[in-house]
Design a protein around this ligand. Structure first.
Ligand code: 5RP
Length: 211
C-alpha cells in the first residue's frame, strides 16, 4: 500500500513537468517512482540531481542530468520527505542528502514534496538529520549535545551524517539554533517558506496541500 501511495504521488508530480523546464530531482524511495514517470513523459528538460544515486538512476532512464554549478534557477524541484507537518515544516535527510536537497529546493520556483500516508505528522519530532564538517567533528558533536553520528557513508561533499535527537518543540527555533552551531553544514528542517505544495498518496487518491 505504502509503495503504491508513493507511486501515485510521484506520478502526480511528474505531470507538473513541462518542456523546457529545469528540474531538481530529490533522493529516496519516493523519488525512485518519480524518475520512470518523468522519463516516460519524454519531455525536453534539463535536470539536476541531489545525490549520486539519483543521478545514476536518472541517467539510466535517459533523463539528462547536468552538474548544478552553472544553473542558477530551477522551475521545479520534486523530492520526498521523512515528516510533513500540516503547517508545511518538513524533516528531510533520511538518506543523508538534505544539504544538496535544501540547495535545490531553495533554487526552485516551485518545490513539490511527494509522500505516502505515513509521512504527515501532528508535530515535527526528532530525529533531525544533520550534516557536519569532519574538521572538528567531536567538538561539534559536543556542542550539539543530543546528536549521534549515523552509521552511514559521508555525504558526496565529505560531511559526516548525524541525527539530532533532542527536543524539537518549535521547529523554527531549533532550525535557527542548529544553523548557528559552527561545524553544522546543514540540518534537515525545511521551513514552509521553501515548500510550494505537498502531494500525499492516500490509498488510491492523492491529496494536494498548498503551503
Ligand atoms: C533523503 C531524503 C528523502 O527525501 C527522505 O528520506 C524520504 O525518503 P523516502 O522517499 O525513501 O521515504 O530526505 O535525504
Amino acid at each position: 500500500m505504502i509503495e503504491s501511495e508513493k507511486k501515485l504521488a510521484a506520478e502526480a508530480a511528474a505531470r507538473l513537468a513541462a518542456d523546457g523546464m529545469r528540474i531538481g530531482l530529490g533522493t529516496g524511495s519516493t523519488v525512485a517512482h518519480l524518475l520512470p514517470a518523468l522519463a516516460a513523459r519524454g519531455l525536453d528538460v534539463r535536470c539536476v540531481a541531489t545525490s549520486p544515486a539519483t543521478e545514476a538512476a536518472a541517467r539510466q532512464l535517459g533523463i539528462a542530468v547536468e552538474p548544478f554549478e552553472g544553473i542558477d534557477r530551477l522551475e521545479l524541484a520534486i523530492d520526498g520527505a521523512d515528516q510533513v507537518a500540516r503547517d508545511g515544516w518538513l524533516v528531510k535527510g533520511g538518506g543523508g542528502a538534505h544539504t544538496r536537497e535544501k540547495i535545490v529546493a531553495a533554487a526552485a520556483e516551485r518545490f513539490v514534496v511527494i509522500a505516502d500516508s505515513s509521512k504527515p505528522v501532528a508535530e515535527i519530532e526528532a530525529p533531525v538529520p544533520l550534516e557536519l564538517h569532519s574538521f572538528g567533528l567531536a567538538a561539534t558533536l559536543r556542542e550539539l549535545g543530543a546528536a549521534e553520528l549515523r552509521d552511514a557513508p559521508p555525504s558526496p561533499d565529505g560531511g559526516a551524517i548525524a541525527d539530532y535527537r533532542g527536543e524539537v518543540n518549535e521547529p523554527e527555533r531549533l532550525a535557527a539554533w542548529l544553523a548557528s552551531v559552527p561545524g553544522v553544514v546543514e540540518h534537515g528542517l525545511f521551513p514552509p517558506t521553501l515548500v510550494s505544495e505537498v502531494l500525499i498518496g492516500h490509498g488510491s487518491a492523492v491529496e494536494r496541500i498548498e503551503v
